[in-house]
Design a binder for this molecule. Structure first.
Ligand code: ZN
Length: 301
């Protein structure tokens, strides 16, 4: 297995981690990580927030052990204004209508809460065909402003030399490992190329040709979040989030109650699976029609 420092994407990860760490000063309250995957940023944010909720879609390849619930990012199964922070890293380009996701992020944030978002600017097509967009800084700023945020910070993950060396490194990794010798040497060439790129980028950065952006938006409105961000006073609250109490039915917006294997909305019209304790809010259980009719419940179409 290739160690991290020899990986073809070392520079991208290093710069993204650098800037998400800088953005973590805005984290507060309860954090929602949209498209959390393996929660690679848990260590950065977890000490700063009162709780960390990871959401992903159910056909993700991520290990379900770390995902807290599966749901559609365009219909977040949460009540309004329950999170202090929404983190959304490298997800936006995969959504056909990313503005709806930002509107949802805004809805679930408390006024004064922050959206910490990252998205690619110059990058190859990946996870095809679910790869729809690349974003300039102006596009990102526009999308945030259109969805109830003021932009508080924008950071480019390097400039031309970082991008060029990163792209060349990907090219070598993807297309130049045909035989034993090239497979063994490519990681070292990739490592060298990326370090030269980073060194040149540190001398002169042309940010208009950056590979990626991190942007932070603050939800407009009167800030009701606690000021403290020390993390130490949050220790006792960690891992004790009652997820169901802040959730809502994605179909009707009603409050949810949990049974042994399902979550049901209070009206009883919608029901969702829990698989190994993890709610799956994407697919409503459709077996209801075959159950014994319950006169107390009127099933809406
Ligand atoms: Zn419902």
């Amino acid at each position: 297995m290739t160690p991290d420092y020899l990986k073809h994407n070392w520079l991208h990860k290093k710069l993204l981690l650098r800037d998400l760490s800088k953005a973590s000063k805005y984290a507060n309250g309860l954090l929602l990580d949209i498209g959390c995957g393996h929660k690679p940023y848990l260590e950065i944010f977890s000490p700063l927030v009162s709780g960390y909720v990871g959401l992903d879609h159910s056909d993700t390849q991520s290990n379900s052990a770390v995902v807290d619930l599966y749901a559609d990012v365009l219909k977040l199964p949460f009540q309004g204004e329950v999170f202090g922070t929404v983190l959304c890293s490298q997800v936006l380009e995969h959504l056909p209508e990313p503005w709806h996701a930002l509107a949802e992020a805004n809805r679930v944030l408390q006024p004064g809460g922050h959206l910490i978002l990252s998205a690619p600017h110059i990058w190859n097509v990946h996870e095809a065909p679910d790869d729809y967009y690349r974003f300039t800084r102006y596009g990102l700023e526009y999308l945030l402003k259109m969805n109830g945020f003021e932009v508080v910070e924008l950071m480019a993950q390097g400039g031309y030399f970082a991008t060029a060396s990163q792209r060349f490194s990907y090219y070598l990794h993807n297309h130049h490992r045909r035989n034993f010798i090239s497979r063994r040497t490519t990681p070292f060439i990739c490592a060298l190329v990326q370090r030269v790129g980073l060194a040149l980028d540190n001398i002169r950065t042309f940010e208009d040709e950056t590979q990626n952006y991190v942007i932070v938006g603050r939800k407009l409105g009167k800030d009701t979040l606690p000021a403290s961000r020390s993390g130490h006073d949050k220790e006792e609250n960690r891992d004790s989030i009652d997820l169901v109490s802040i959730m809502s039915c994605p179909a009707c917006g009603g409050s949810l109650v949990s049974t042994e294997n399902t979550l049901e909305c209070a009206q009883g019209n919608h029901s969702y699976h829990l698989v190994e304790g993890i709610p799956r809010m994407e697919t409503e259980i459709t077996a209801r029609a075959t159950e014994t009719p319950n006169p107390q419940r009127r099933v809406e179409p």
